[in-house]
Design a protein around this ligand. Structure first.
Ligand SMILES: Nc1ncnc2c1ncn2[C@@H]1O[C@H](COP(=O)(O)OP(=O)(O)OP(=O)(O)O)[C@@H](O)[C@H]1O
Ligand SMILES: O=P(O)(O)OC[C@H]1O[C@](O)(CO)[C@@H](O)[C@@H]1O
Ligand SMILES: [Mg+2]
Length: 328
């Protein structure tokens, strides 16, 4: 028999992502809709430890659906990695009579949530919020679509100047260990080459391919490089190898950086966040715990944290084929 849930708390953790506010809003409003009370926790797991709670009702989340970042703020909490820190967090939750938790974040957040939930018998539901789209069991994570649009807009601008000066640009995009942002933005922005961590074909093939492109009449080129790419030590190192081997090219490097994490969420991310936020409270009321609410084939799914974290999400191989064909 599941314990009755009267009060929940919601937090955002790990790297922020556009649409996290929309997810908080949906959690808060579904809590009120179903007769629960809801606290927000500032600064993710660190706020749990440092007792930074705020009561949130439906009107407290007005005008947030359109805002990037997270108004609850986020953190990468070292203290939560220790049992002492987690014990403090548990005591603070109990002192506020909180029966269950909704965490919005990435794989690290779900790992922490899973450890905590087992240690202290606290029901927890995860909502995938990360620009990386690196979580198994959900087709999309909140913020990924917005980040892709930001990247494509930036690359379009770089292409203008690349083409005016007949230059080769290497553009680094985020994604830690996952190539989703690089592969999809690369196709969307018409990149000549896309370097991702999941596929290392080596520097020689890259140089050969760029040389061939120039011979077939391409005067400028865009190469999208995922930050987790393994070809060189880093993007500058890859640029130097290309420059040495292809002296006729003028090679430039742009690192897009944290611009990719900001901005107003796309409509896709707002709707996704709203569905997952509502779904998280529904799941708690159904007695679920230790799961992520995700989306697969347009339907809400419940995925055990273990499956979401420990099984590497498979990259769509056909996208690599498409990228090769459309860049030829
Ligand atoms: N093994 C663990 N035990 C306890 N807490 C953990 C563990 N792993 C991660 N966490 C907690 O989760 C937080 C968020 O994890 P992390 O920094 O990896 O970001 P994330 O949720 O994966 O998001 P993103 O990858 O989008 O930045 C960590 O800072 C830490 O507080
Ligand atoms: O902002 P930070 O802490 O430097 O983290 C950067 C990392 O976070 C992410 O943006 C995911 O949130 C990764 O793509 C990137 O590797
Ligand atoms: Mg992560």
């Amino acid at each position: 028999m599941n314990k009755k849930i009267n009060k929940i708390a919601v937090l955002t953790s790990g790297g922020d992502s556009p649409g996290m506010n929309a997810a908080i809003r949906a959690v808060v409003r579904n809590a009120a809709y179903t007769g629960l009370t809801c606290d927000g926790v500032y600064r993710g797991f660190q706020g749990l430890i440092e007792n930074e709670f705020v009561e949130l009702g439906p009107r407290d989340v007005k005008n947030t659906i359109n805002r990037g970042g997270t108004f609850l703020k986020s953190a990468r909490s070292k203290d939560f990695m220790d049992k002492d820190g987690r014990l403090k967090a548990y005591k603070n939750l109990k002192a506020r009579h909180i029966d269950a938790l909704v965490v919005i974040g990435g794989d690290g957040t779900f790992t922490g949530a899973s450890v905590f939930s087992k240690e202290f018998d606290m029901p927890i539901i995860g909502i995938p919020g990360t620009i990386d789209n690196d979580i198994n069991g959900t087709d999309y994570t909140i913020g990924y679509d917005t980040a892709l649009n930001t990247v494509v807009e930036a690359i379009d601008k770089i292409r203008d100047t690349a083409s005016s000066h007949d230059r080769l640009f290497l553009i680094e995009v985020m994604g830690r260990d996952a190539g989703d942002i690089a592969l999809n933005s690369g196709i969307g922005a018409g990149a000549e080459e896309i370097l991702i961590p999941e596929e290392n074909l080596g520097i020689d093939r890259l140089i050969e391919s760029l040389e061939k492109s120039r011979k077939t009449g391409k005067s400028s080129s865009i190469v999208v490089v995922s930050e987790g790419d393994q070809i060189g030590k880093n993007i500058t190192n890859v640029a130097e190898s290309i420059q040495e081997n292809l002296p006729d090219y003028e090679v430039k490097v742009t690192v897009l950086g944290h611009i990719q994490r900001g901005g107003s969420p796309s409509c896709f991310d707002r709707v996704l966040a709203s569905r997952l936020g509502v779904g998280a409270v529904d799941a708690l009321l159904e007695g679920k715990s230790n799961i992520m609410v995700g989306i697969e084939h347009k339907k809400i799914v419940h995925v055990p944290f273990e499956t979401a974290i420990n099984i590497k999400k498979i990259l769509d191989i056909d996208l690599i084929r498409v990228a090769d064909i459309v860049s030829s």
